[in-house]
Design a protein around this ligand. Structure first.
Ligand SMILES: [Zn+2]
Length: 256
């Protein structure tokens, strides 16, 4: 994943992160008050790292641009307009990834039924369709070790992730890194569709047609070029604009 030069303002990052929570909720990809989406903010006045996270205890459909909490790399609160703090333990995986991957503007973690199902199979995600082909040979894996994330496991997660942007957490869920919040959300939505389609296809009891290496790799490259055009070349992103318009109708309070 190449560095993104988002150049976004803090208010744009707050808007996009609130939109990310609402879109994941609209798609039914949230898990109560668990899992998180974090976004990197520009460094503070002393060069300190700062991130945005959801307030502790709120559902994803209650997150707004105004109530997002600013934390440092340890999860310590810097600014908390809502006053409920954050789930610092839930931020540990995010902080580890943010510290290791400065190219990641956003880290998005989900527990969806389809994502957990695919992550629980040794074969992982198969190139069975256009959605999943974009992830071909681009997925990292991390074996489940229990809920507690100690420092040693954080190091293993970062090592397992390497330079990839998509990781299947075995028996647990998914982890996406985006050069922008928009990119992380688009990857998450496409990975979810991929997993749902795989669960459906393999559940039919017939023989699935798996795309060849050449076709899957070619398709993944096409997707990569499209993603790069938005992140590296500053091209306007009609897909993200459409998603924000969707929220104006479906979640008009998300800016808060
Ligand atoms: Zn989790």
């Amino acid at each position: 994943m190449r560095d993104g030069a988002s150049g976004q303002s803090v208010s744009q990052i707050r808007r996009d992160l609130a939109a990310a929570y609402r879109l994941i909720a609209l798609e039914g990809m949230d898990d109560g008050i668990y899992t998180h989406i974090s976004a990197r903010l520009p460094s503070g006045p002393g060069g300190e790292q700062r991130f945005l996270l959801n307030p502790y205890g709120l559902r994803f459909d209650e997150v707004t641009a105004a109530n997002l909490v600013t934390v440092d790399e340890t999860g310590a609160v810097i600014d908390d307009p809502y006053g409920a703090g954050v789930n610092a333990a839930g931020f540990t995986i995010h902080s580890a990834v943010h510290m290791a991957r400065h190219d990641a503007a956003c880290v998005l973690h989900t527990h969806t039924v389809a994502g957990v199902a695919v992550s629980s199979n040794k074969e992982g995600l198969l190139p069975l369709n256009q959605w999943s082909a974009q992830f071909y040979d681009r997925i990292a894996f991390h074996d489940y070790e229990g809920i507690a994330l100690n420092l040693e496991e954080r190091a293993r997660i970062v090592a397992d992730l390497g330079d990839k942007s998509v990781m299947l957490l075995r028996n647990h869920g998914t982890l996406l890194l985006g050069r922008s919040v928009a990119e992380a959300v688009k990857l998450a939505l496409n990975l979810e569709r991929s997993c749902k389609a795989q669960v459906a296809a393999l559940g039919m009891g017939l023989t699935p047609v798996v795309l060849s290496h050449d076709v899957a790799e070619h398709t993944a490259g096409q997707y990569q070029s499209m993603y790069d055009s938005f992140e590296n070349k500053g091209k306007s992103d009609p897909e993200w604009a459409a998603q924000l318009r969707r929220l104006e109708v479906s979640a008009p309070g998300y800016l808060g």
